[in-house]
Design a protein around this ligand. Sequence first.
Ligand code: GSH
Length: 226
Amino acid sequence: MQLVGISLSPYFERAVITLDVKGALDEVELALPPGPFGSPELKAANPTGKIPYLRLPDGEFIPEGQVIAEYFNETFEGPDLMPATALEAAKAKLVCRTIDLYVGPHTSSLARSITRGIRDEAAIKAAVEDGLPLGLDLIEGYLGGGDYVVGDAFSFADTALIPHMFHFLVFLKEFEVTVFEGRPKLAAWWDKHKESDIVVRSHKRMAAALEFLLKRIAAAKAQQAT
Ligand SMILES: N[C@@H](CCC(=O)N[C@@H](CS)C(=O)NCC(=O)O)C(=O)O
């Protein structure tokens, strides 16, 4: 089984955290995409031209980070990341969906301007002034106020939020979007988790991926200049 992508992608990393929580990191090979985002090579493998996607040994293919994470949750032993009650499961799904629909598209515009040097000023303005403050306020509103995003156990909602915290902490500071101000539940949740083994390992993978991408971009620019 091969998971294709790179850990700087919060959608890819959400699936990797799921493997880590399950103790199944060794069960899945992590592979870089066959070409740049949107390239013909990547579109041949995944029609959206995006990462992540999962390739199963029998040729089956599963795209979309949350769908892959749920497949891992059902495939491997270990703690169940889907809360047991219908209400808590709905709350966890709501946080994942909010991150995917209201947060991710905006963090992407900011990340892209740093990792790919593509500055879409209109998208950055929309993210900084409206999109991210709304996304962060929605998450603050949905946080239960306890140790975990939902209920009293680690769930998909925590799994989805952890990689986005890396993007918030690394990319937002360049753009003057405050993360914790006026969001006490998010601040308390982060304080509780930021030094946990799962978060430290995840953010280490993400930092290494960022360094790898920045070096690759610098090398490509240097080659263009010669
Ligand atoms: N809905 C997809 C989103 C995946 C996504 O946006 N991945 C980004 C990397 S973080 C990507 O591949 N972007 C390609 C592009 O912007 O062209 C999922 O949940 O997996």
